[in-house]
Design a protein around this ligand. Structure first.
Ligand code: C2E
Ligand code: CA
Ligand code: CA
Length: 970
């Protein structure tokens, strides 16, 4: 700033004094400058005085400067800095300058003191205001009052007649003015209304928020500060101060103060103050927001809790109700199975229902099937007015209504009236105020109803009661059904029990019968057992029992060799003769007595058994001495020799006894018996009426027998048995009228053997049957060649054949196979064979006879010499045994002659042919012929010859062979 140069010295002392006075009177740099300017104007034209207040200058430098300028270059009013003034204008300016400076320094000091005091005061105020703000923020009841208080506080610190708070939501980009005070604005914005930030686009507030910084100053300054255009709606302000509020980096709004008449009233201090307030306000708002959110959450939570609580309470109530109902149902179920009677059950059900609803009046109605119609009965009724209804059919009451519809019925007075009017029901019993009936349904059929009723307004029923009773009714129906089923079951049980008792009784009876049968059977069994082990005739043990005891004895002997024992085989001599002569009954009697006598010769521990026929056996145990057996045998022989008395007859017999002793060599009881038997045979062979012991000789014989047996079996396989044929001759003309097939054995070592050499062994071993069949077959082959058109071949049949079944068929089949006519065969059986099993043999012989076969009785006269039974059998021929023939003599007094003549006479009377056997001499032939015997066989005519020999010679010419006896016969 150019000032006029102080080219002129002061005109007067008065002027200087005046200046000095004024300088000292001046209380500010400005006043100093004014005084200096006035002095310069008067005394030094061209000197311009200016002043500057430097707020930022330090106290020592002075806050204000007075500049005296002569030219364009400013000069500070400091001595050192006024060289121009001092050099160009020596007086009075340097002095004035010194004065001014002095005064300025004084003022500066004063100023700085005042300033300090003012600052301190301001600081204190500010401090207090800040505390207040901080307190306000915490303490204010609501946002509005807090803002009001803030406003008030700010007002104490700066000019804040117009103040507003703007809040910005950066997410929605909306703004709101929760507090707005403006002296020019009569329609402040709604504190709760939000609007888009863009609604105030380019206004200074918009800039502040967008740019997130404070603005301060007059409109021009603001326009400079703002980036971009700035618009000012409404009354333009003179000065404006706005600071943003942040939350972190995010703008959340701002605080604004403005002045419409005072320019530049806002300072940095105000800005700081406002920023401070903004910061606190933000914190307060955050806190308030947090609190609000918290409160909101608490409220929500409280509401939720209250809701939950309400529901829980509801649930508890429901559950309590459910429990009560459940308990009731349990009770009903329990009653259904437990109560003794249906009546008790109904009463209990009533009681249970009473715990659930008002049931002072209650009845149960049930439909009962009575054949073609169902009757409604009331098995249970409790009513304060009415008596129990009578059973009824075709009724029209409310109960029937329920039954008809199969649905519950809940009616009050009015409903009942309507039902009555409509004719759906007719009045039965006293009218109730409330009537509730539910059907009892089972098996999909309405079976009855449960009814509760009330006669007063006091007790009502609602849908809930109906629901409850319906629910209960299901269970009661269920229980009733179960009960009914139970009752039926009980009935069935009773019935079953009755039947079980009946059945048990029947069973017991059957059992008794069975036991009787069992004991009877046991008795029979015992008896059978006894019989199988005993001889029925004598009551003595039989062969089986004897063998059992023998086995036991052998076991003992094996364990203790000193326990020696012996077996006695007893055979009556010539018993068969007695039997045939005096009859079976006497014979049996005799056998019985024989058993007794043998028994009498023994110690009690010994066993006597009847083996069959006239054979007995004795087991002598614990024989100390071998002689003991012998003496027992002697005693027996002696006892049996004494005469027997049978009826009036006196009979004599004798016995042969064979003895065998136990030796370690024996394996089977059978063997001991067999050897005793052998010994017995030996005794018989020795002349009968004696005993023989099975010794080495007999053992040797036995071994021989064994050997033969083995050879026999082997020879069977080799077909070593062949028939030799002996002619049967008509003695009158010497012609052969037939042949007898006689068995020969072509023994591999011993040559041709006769039956006498092996027949007994063959019989005993059972080989004879197979041997015979081999013979029979060969006979069949030879028959035609031997007989031509007439005559027949004899075969000898062992008694054993008749024991096996199928003999007849087999033999006939054999003949058929070989195309041999049965007439060509003659069967020779001995008397002994006939006696063995008369019935069986009779039947067989009759069969053979019926087929045309011939039957001859062989060895006649050796056996039981009885012709009495002859007529029973289909016998055509008898053969006089050769023993009689051999003893024939010329004299007719000879015993054999007598017998032969008797036989011939008898045969003649029975029309039976006779063949004499063993004719060896012409005398014999002669005597026989004289006695009338026409047919015979014997060496006189021919010996037996093999078929080959016979067929070589002319049939009928036997003379050539008569003398040639086969080697085997020699
Ligand atoms: P048997 O049936 O009485 O047979 C007659 C026996 O007398 C035969 O003995 C025969 O050779 C013999 N004989 C014939 N003429 C005379 C004679 O003038 N003087 C003497 N001393 N003997 C004469 P053989 O052949 O030794 O037969 C003995 C017995 O064997 C037969 O007696 C018969 O009982 C039996 N036998 C023979 N062949 C068979 C057979 O094929 N089967 C069966 N089961 N037994 C047979
Ligand atoms: Ca014969
Ligand atoms: Ca004979």
């Amino acid at each position: 700033m150019p000032t006029s140069a102080a080219t002129h010295p002061p005109q007067t002392t008065g002027a200087l004094e005046q200046l000095v006075e004024r300088l000292f009177a001046a209380t500010s740099a400005e006043a100093l400058a004014v005084a200096c300017q006035a002095f310069a104007d008067a005394n030094a034209p061209g000197v311009r005085v200016s002043w500057r207040h430097d707020a930022s200058a330090s106290a020592s430098e002075g806050a204000a400067s007075i500049i005296l300028a002569r030219d364009s270059r400013a000069t500070r009013v400091l001595e050192a800095r006024c060289p121009h003034a001092s050099s160009q204008d020596n007086a009075p300016w340097p002095w004035i300058a010194r004065m001014v400076r002095q005064r300025l320094d004084q003022l500066t000091d004063l100023d700085s003191l005042y300033g300090t005091v003012a600052r301190l005061a301001q600081a204190e105020r500010l401090q207090r205001a800040l505390y207040t703000i901080a307190d306000l923020v915490v303490a204010a009841r609501d946002t509005t009052s807090m803002m009001q208080a803030l406003h008030h506080t700010i007002s104490t610190l700066t000019y804040a007649e117009n103040f507003y708070v703007v809040l910005y939501d950066h997410v929605d980009q909306t703004i709101r003015f929760p507090y707005y005070v403006d002296s020019t604005d009569t329609t402040p914005p709604d504190p709760d209304a939000t609007r888009s930030l863009d609604a105030i686009a380019h206004e200074i507030t918009w800039h502040m928020i967008r740019e997130n910084r404070s603005f301060m100053g007059n409109p021009e300054t603001l326009a400079r500060q703002a980036s971009g255009a700035l618009v000012t709606p409404g009354v333009p302000c003179a000065d404006w101060l706005g600071v943003p509020m942040h939350h972190g980096d995010t703008v959340t709004g701002g605080l604004v103060v403005q002045a419409y008449d005072q320019r530049a009233c806002y300072t940095e201090q105000d800005r700081e103050l406002l920023m401070y307030v903004a910061q606190h306000l933000q914190t307060a708002l955050d806190r308030r927001e947090a609190t609000a959110k918290l409160e909101d959450r608490v409220t929500q939570r409280t509401r939720a809790l209250r809701e939950t609580n309400r529901m829980l309470q509801h649930q508890v109530l429901e559950r309590q109700r459910g429990e009560r109902l459940q308990a009731a149902l349990f009770r009903i179920a329990e009653l259904a199975s437990g109560a003794d009677s249906l009546d008790a059950f109904y009463a209990a059900v009533h009681q249970v229902i009473g715990t659930l609803i008002y049931a002072r009046n209650f009845y149960i109605a049930l439909l009962e099937d009575h054949g073609d119609e169902s009757v409604l009965v009331f098995p249970y009724t409790v009513d304060q007015i009415d008596a129990a209804p009578q059973p009824r059919t075709h009724g029209h009451g409310m109960t029937e209504y329920v039954l008809r519809h199969g649905k519950p019925l809940l009616v009050d007075d009015v409903d009942t009236e309507r039902l009555l009017q409509s004719g759906e029901v007719s009045a039965l019993g006293s009218r109730s105020t409330f009537w509730l009936g539910v059907p009892l349904i089972w098996n999909n059929k309405v079976m009855g109803a449960l009814v509760v009723q009330s006669y007063s307004e006091e007790h009502t029923y609602g849908p809930r009661d109906q629901e409850l009773l319906t629910f209960v009714s299901y269970h009661i129906a269920n229980a009733l059904q179960r009960r009914q089923a139970n009752d039926e079951l009980k009935q069935a049980y009773v019935e079953m029990e009755r039947r079980v008792v009946e059945r048990t009784r029947a069973l017991a009876l059957a059992n008794r019968d069975l036991r009787k049968q069992v004991s009877e059977r046991e008795r029979v069994e015992r008896r059978l057992k006894y019989e199988t082990l005993h001889d029925p005739l004598t009551g003595l043990p039989n062969r089986a029992l004897l063998l059992q005891r023998l086995e036991v004895a052998m076991k003992h002997y094996r364990a203790d060799p000193t326990r020696l024992f012996a077996v006695l085989f007893i055979d009556l001599d010539r018993f068969k003769v007695i039997n045939d002569s005096v009859g079976h009954l006497v014979g049996d009697d005799l056998l019985f007595q024989v058993g007794g006598r043998i028994r009498g010769c023994l110690k009690s521990r010994d066993t006597v058994a009847r083996l069959g026929g006239d054979e007995f056996a004795v087991l002598l145990e614990s024989m100390r001495v071998t002689d003991a057996a012998q003496s027992v045998a002697d005693r027996i022989i002696e006892a049996l020799h004494k005469p027997f008395r049978v009826g009036v007859k006196e009979l004599f017999t004798s016995a042969s006894v064979g003895i065998s002793f136990a030796t370690p060599a024996y394996r089977h009881a059978d063997d001991l018996l067999r050897d005793a038997d052998s010994a017995m045979y030996s005794a018989k062979a020795g002349g009968r009426h004696r005993s023989a012991t099975f010794d080495d000789r007999l053992r040797h014989q036995a071994l021989e027998v064994l050997e033969i047996e083995n050879d026999l079996r082997r020879s069977l396989d080799q077909h070593a048995f062949v028939p030799y044929y002996q002619p049967v001759v008509n003695m009158d003309n010497g012609r052969t009228v037939g042949y007898e097939a006689l068995l020969r054995w072509h023994h591999p070592e011993r040559g041709v053997l006769l039956p006498g050499d092996f027949l007994r062994v063959a019989e005993d071993s059972g080989c004879i049957e197979d041997i015979d069949w081999q013979i029979f077959e060969q006979v069949c082959r030879d028959a035609d060649a031997l007989t031509g058109d007439a005559g027949c071949v004899s075969i000898n049949l062992s008694a054993r054949h008749f024991r096996a079944p199928g003999l007849e068929e087999r033999l006939l089949q054999l003949l058929a196979t070989h195309h041999v006519s049965p007439q060509k065969l003659r069967l020779e059986v001995t008397e002994g064979t006939l006696l063995e099993s008369p019935i069986r043999i009779k039947r067989a012989l009759e069969t053979f006879r019926s087929h045309g076969m011939h039957i001859a009785l062989d060895d006649f006269g050796t056996g039981y010499s009885s012709l009495s039974y002859m007529h029973q059998y289909p016998i055509e021929v008898i053969k006089i045994d050769q023993s009689f023939v051999a003893n024939l003599e010329e004299s007719d007094q000879n015993q054999s002659n007598v017998v032969v003549r008797a036989i011939l006479a008898l045969a003649s009377s029975l029309d039976i042919q006779v063949i004499a056997e063993g004719i060896e001499t012409p005398l014999q032939e002669h005597v026989l012929k004289r006695m009338g015997c026409r047919v015979g066989q014997g060496f006189l005519y021919a010996r037996a010859q093999p078929i080959e020999v016979l067929t070589q010679a002319a049939v009928g010419n036997f003379a050539a062979h008569d003398t040639s006896r086969p080697a085997a016969d020699a």
